[in-house]
Design a protein around this ligand. Structure first.
Ligand code: NAX
Length: 336
């Protein structure tokens, strides 16, 4: 049997937490042979909800679940953890400016990153789900060093990636797993660039398959620009409008796939994740930016050498500019 893996989930009393916990305990994230111990980090207001989830976890009697512990202290919750899912964040309140939002979240992700740097296991990897996810990851990574290398911190764009795949599968009447090579570039925000330039469906370039169905290349490009890209980039708002509440199960699913692929590998397939830039594609080093990535089971690596045409480059650059502005804002707050 594999060794026990300690997984810490912050914001475990919230909606995404509730959708995550049971699937992790069931083995969906690390596989059916990896026992897990869950540590739930909440603030006092969220503690009762987390306690309730812990009671229900016990009532499932999951064979792989070896204990659930709750805390409101990051130094206790991250002690010895190998995987951290940072979900709890400060949402934008009425009248809150972007600078206020960044500052409030710096006050969360700075101390959590510092605690991870001090008490987590040597092999710890953390994914940030709580928004603004990329910049929260940057803050946590900066606070965790030198205890933990910055590149152990990533942010979730797998939900955006899966949304893009889902849209293409529907438009092409294909199975989602027939769609390969989609990429999300940039920030997990409405400026993100969902890119199909290198994507294929059943081995055929997506652009050709779209042209075939829509009656030509111009129609395919118009659909990508006018329907696909805005719909993927604003899907979160669409879900809120239709459901009356933000994405929960799909977000939890994206987080589970993100960690699973990072830990177990992608078997050569490309997915998307926001990782600390090492200057790939001219992105300033240090910012947490979404790229096409692969994993061999030891963290994500950016897929290099893809060609970006002028239109792709312009979209990607606009999203990177937003990330740089966020970095500059938190730097000015003294959060880096
Ligand atoms: P909820 O408000 O339901 O839950 C958040 C939980 O975090 C609450 O229980 C709260 O008490 C807790 N919390 C707040 N501050 C904390 C702290 N300092 N330490 C520990 N826990 C803390 O939100 P939910 O719907 O679960 O969404 C969580 C986050 O995910 C939000 O920031 C949301 O914007 C973000 N999302 C990110 C997505 C992504 O793809 N990256 C998509 C879905 C989602 O919008």
């Amino acid at each position: 049997a594999s060794a026990l893996t300690t997984v810490t989930i912050t914001g475990a009393g919230g909606q995404i937490g509730y959708a995550l916990l049971f699937r992790i305990a069931a083995g969906d994230m690390l596989g059916g042979d990896r026992p897990v111990r869950l540590r739930l980090l909440e603030i006092p207001q969220g503690m009762r909800a987390a306690e309730g989830a812990a009671l229900e976890l016990q009532d499932c009697a999951f064979p792989l679940l070896h204990g659930v512990e709750l805390s409101d202290d990051p130094r206790i919750a991250f002690e010895g953890c190998s995987i951290a899912l940072l979900v709890g964040a400060r949402p934008r309140g009425p009248g809150m400016e972007r600078a206020d939002l960044l500052a409030a979240n710096a006050g969360i992700f700075g101390p959590q990153g510092a605690a991870i740097g001090e008490v987590a296991a040597d092999d710890v990897r953390a994914v940030v789900v709580g928004n603004p996810a990329n910049t929260n990851a940057l803050i946590a990574a900066s606070a965790a060093t030198p205890g933990v290398p910055a590149d152990r911190f990533t942010a979730l764009t797998r939900l955006d990636h899966n949304r893009a795949v889902g849209q293409l599968a529907e438009a092409l009447d294909a199975r989602p797993d027939a769609v390969r090579g989609v990429a999300i570039w940039g920030n997990h925000s409405a400026t993100q660039y969902p890119d199909v330039t290198h994507a294929t469906v059943d081995g055929v370039p997506v652009i050709d398959a779209l042209a075939e169905r829509l009656g030509g290349r111009a129609a395919a490009e118009a659909w990508l620009d006018d329907v696909f890209i805005p719909r993927v980039a604003r899907r979160g708002a669409e879900i809120i409008e239709v459901r009356g509440s933000s994405s929960v199960a799909s977000a939890a699913h994206g987080a589970i796939e993100h960690v699973r692929d990072e830990q177990l590998g992608t078997a050569g397939a490309t997915t998307s994740a926001a990782v600390v830039s090492r200057g790939e594609y001219g992105v300033p080093a240090g910012i947490v930016c979404s790229f096409p990535v692969t994993s061999d089971g030891d963290g994500y690596r950016v897929v290099e050498g893809l060609e970006l045409d002028a239109r792709s480059r312009a979209r990607f650059d606009a999203s990177v500019a937003e990330l740089v502005a966020e970095r500059d804002a938190v730097e000015a707050l003294g959060a880096l």
